[in-house]
Design a protein around this ligand. Structure first.
Ligand SMILES: NC(=O)c1ccc[n+]([C@@H]2O[C@H](COP(=O)([O-])OP(=O)(O)OC[C@H]3O[C@@H](n4cnc5c(N)ncnc54)[C@H](OP(=O)(O)O)[C@@H]3O)[C@@H](O)[C@H]2O)c1
Length: 335
């Protein structure tokens, strides 16, 4: 079978295509013929050695894939041959609260990921994918989809609340789509007017170009009659958090998800106290959340936004495309 391996972490060119035998299936496991893998910003950090210490090499990268079950081990009851499934991001976070151990099993980081023709996973760590989705669309769900779902549904989400999503990458476009499903008002920022128009096409009602309007937090306050937004989906991190604390209303929520603006800064925490803001760290989510999200996606026939699909041989080009920031929504590799 074909797969990509990381043998060192010196950037995108560290990704090497290799051949291996198809892995064996043990009791309780399933063999999946992977048909599509989606990319996340995390994959760029991983290939560059900027994600975590102690990465075990060689590593099959990328957390997000969807495919068909082609073989099941003894005792498998959750799925059968021919089922269409996706792997969950953290194979041992099935439900309930996160534990100290869950992040240590994340696919494509702590353990091998999905950028391979065939992968073996525990039957517990796969979910059925919505039947109206292609494999390319379903491959976008495990990380970006579940993260946005967790951020939005773990706090108040009801018609009329305002959600501010930063930029138009994978997580933010899912946040836009899920917020719209719930009847929320979406204020979205982007560095490109063209992408803002595309976000409007998905239902964003208020558009702010954060390059031409660097004080986008003030604009968000104006748009909400001086009150501030209910919920900020924070993917910028250190470079945007102070403005998010300004943009959010008293008693509002910031879901702290990403660090697109860099790993460090000094942020004055006083507004958190003064405005009684809830700042909640979000790290993807559980299988239970994934399944709840899939029910909503199926019910509303929601389609993830796939910007571009690359061929297996073009995996490095796909990463370079993500790195360029040209995408809107998700980037996928077909296997
Ligand atoms: N905690 C978690 O569980 C979790 C899960 C998924 C992702 N993440 C993190 O969340 C972040 C987003 O991930 P992703 O996969 O959605 O990334 P992505 O698809 O690569 O998104 C990139 C887009 O973000 C926007 N952006 C970049 N810098 C920005 C800034 N300073 N302010 C506002 N928007 C900015 C840009 O949009 P425009 O081109 O429109 O300007 C850019 O195209 C990353 O830091 C990632 O590591 C965390």
């Amino acid at each position: 079978m074909k797969l990509y391996e990381l043998r060192e972490t010196k950037g995108i060119d560290s990704l090497i295509a290799v051949e291996r035998d198809v892995p064996k299936v043990w009791p309780g496991q399933v063999l999946i013929r992977v048909h599509a893998v989606s990319l996340n910003y995390r994959d760029l950090l991983i290939v560059a050695g900027r994600y975590m210490r102690g990465l075990k090499l060689p590593l099959i990268p990328m957390s997000d894939g969807a495919g068909e079950v082609v073989e099941i081990g003894a005792g498998v009851t959750r799925v059968k041959r021919g089922d269409r499934v996706a792997g969950i991001f953290m194979p041992n976070w099935l439900s309930g609260e996160v534990s100290p151990y869950t992040p240590r099993t994340a696919l494509g980081g702590s353990v091998d990921g999905m950028l391979a023709d065939y992968v073996v996973l525990s039957q517990e760590s796969v979910v059925h994918i919505p039947s109206h989705l292609s494999y390319e669309e379903a491959a976008t769900l495990p990380c970006a989809g579940v993260t946005a779902w967790n951020a939005l549904t773990s706090w108040v989400l009801k018609p009329g609340i305002s959600v501010l999503a930063q930029g138009t990458g994978g997580v933010s476009i899912f946040a836009l789509q899920f917020a719209k499903l719930a009847g929320a008002r979406v204020i979205i920022t982007s560095s490109k007017d063209k992408k803002l128009e595309m976000a409007a096409g998905l239902g964003a009602s208020d558009l702010i170009n954060y390059e031409t309007v660097p004080d986008w937090d003030q604009k968000a306050i104006e748009l909400t009659n001086g009150i501030g937004v209910d919920h900020v989906v924070e993917v910028g991190g250190p470079g945007t958090l102070a403005r998010s604390m300004n943009a959010v209303r008293v008693g509002g929520r910031i879901s702290l998800i990403g660090l697109l603006s860099g790993p460090e800064s000094s942020v004055n925490p006083m507004p958190i106290l003064g405005k009684q803001i809830q700042v909640q760290g979000i790290f993807v989510g559980s299988r239970e959340m994934f399944e709840a999200m899939n029910r909503a996606i199926s019910l509303h026939q929601l389609r993830p936004v796939v910007d571009r699909v690359f061929a297996f041989d073009e995996a490095r080009d796909a990463l370079r495309y993500c790195e360029s920031g040209a995408h809107f929504g998700k980037v996928v590799i077909r296997l």
